[in-house]
Design a protein around this ligand. Structure first.
Ligand code: ASP
Length: 414
């Protein structure tokens, strides 16, 4: 049986058993939750938590280091970078708008909200008092201390340190991809992804335990919110894909969106079935050349960089999920915190590996930074596979839109 199917089975059996047990509350149920399902769910979550710091450290430094590829391709590289940042911002904005309008996390019984908050470990709330203090604290005094406290709210300063470190590494060793530190970081990144993969192989059991804990205590209450959340993510992804990308294609590439989407449908289907940008890359390169008739040099560069950095669907998903969980936990995020979510979702989208579930560790960081319990991820893991398939479609379509736009602007220049 394939892994996604097992996860869905875990999800359904956890919900089913939980709903039955919810009808017969009593000390035995509390004991089953406290001693079996909750620890099992937490074990699974901790396996992912454990790998967040090494993964962020290695992937962000390598992300900056790999920017030298942009430099080598000069103008096309700069255009790809600018497009990637702008497209990611627009995706997150669409996501945030949808979640603010439809509020999928609201409407939960206040008692349940309180109970839900009590289930997760407290998040440090000593945020700096003023905007200036917050800005100053972005530069850590001691990066090791930031790494140690990363999951308690110091992740942003660790990320800033990592970005500065990566930029300096690029200046010092820019032309040397064989530098031992680079090789070492590549291994750390690969090992971290392997551990995420181990954790995901436990996902069916972990998801069943998390879902059981949730439904045995809350009944159907949360399921309705989860359904609404899933619908909001899919609607926002579809809006970005067909309306925003449609407009970009029409205005910047002078191409009929209808024709474009029918030419790339094979890529969309591959992304949907693999939930991996990396696995879809060969199909994207072939379709760009054969169906879209793009220049091979431009498209293979843009698509390769894009499969790693231009993750519009992932960025959108991260923004929506953080706001949804904040609504669910009854945490109010002010405008400044929403700006942090916007900025971090863009960065996290760019740092996410193009593999199934690649965004989950990154998402924990964004949650912790704005003070939403990262355990909340456990609530959405059950529906994540479906959302992963859909956001990967947007990720790979976004890369092809980018290639199409850059090709159009390059042919104007010639
Ligand atoms: N599965 C996504 C991709 O490969 C990454 C993610 O959002 O988890 O593009």
């Amino acid at each position: 049986m394939s892994r996604p199917l097992k996860i869905i089975l875990g999800l359904c059996s956890g919900i089913f058993l939980g709903l039955i047990c919810h009808q017969y509350p009593g000390p035995w149920l509390n004991a089953a939750i406290a001693y079996i399902s909750q620890p099992l769910g937490q074990l699974f979550m901790r396996l992912i938590f454990m790998i967040v710091v090494p993964l962020v450290f290695s992937s962000l430094i390598l992300g900056i280091f790999e920017l030298q590829d942009f430099k080598q391709l000069g103008r096309v590289g700069v255009k790809t970078l600018i497009y990637t940042v702008l497209a990611s911002f627009s995706s997150v904005l669409v996501g945030l708008a949808f979640v603010s309008i439809f509020k999928p996390g609201e409407g939960l019984d206040p008692e349940m909200t309180k109970h839900l908050g009590a289930l997760s470990e407290p998040v440090r709330s000593s945020q700096p008092a003023t905007f200036t203090a917050a800005l100053v604290s972005l530069i850590p005094k001691n990066p090791i201390a930031s790494a140690a406290n990363a999951l308690e709210g110091d992740m942003l300063s660790l990320m800033i340190f990592t970005l500065i470190f990566g930029a300096a590494l690029l200046l010092v060793r820019g032309d040397n991809k064989r530098d031992p530190l680079v090789a070492c970081l590549e291994t750390v990144r690969a090992v971290s992804m392997k551990i995420v993969d181990f954790a995901m192989s436990l996902a069916p059991l972990g998801v069943a335990a998390l879902m059981f804990t949730m439904t045995a205590q809350f009944g159907l209450g949360l399921i309705a919110n989860l359904g609404k959340y899933t619908a909001v993510v899919i609607a926002a992804l579809a809006f970005q894909q067909f309306i925003v990308f449609g407009l970009i294609l029409k205005l910047l590439a002078r191409k009929s969106p209808w024709q474009f989407f029918s030419q790339i449908k094979e890529v969309m289907l591959t992304a949907l079935s693999t939930a991996s940008s990396n696995a879809t890359l060969p199909t994207s390169i072939r379709v760009a050349e054969n169906n879209l008739k793009l220049n091979r040099n431009i498209s293979s560069f843009v698509l390769t960089i894009g499969s790693a950095a231009n993750q519009n669907g992932t960025a959108l998903f991260e923004g929506v999920t953080v706001l949804f969980l904040a609504q669910l936990y009854g945490i109010h995020l002010g405008l400044d915190e929403q700006l942090v979510v916007l900025f971090m979702s863009v960065v996290a989208g760019m740092g996410t590996a193009g593999v199934p579930g690649g965004s989950i560790p990154m998402m924990m960081i964004v949650l912790q930074t704005v003070g939403v319990p990262a355990e909340g991820i456990g609530l959405i893991l059950g529906v994540d596979r479906i959302l992963d398939m859909c956001r990967t479609v947007l990720n790979v379509s976004g890369d092809l839109v980018c290639a199409q736009v850059i090709q159009a602007s390059e042919s104007k220049n010639q």
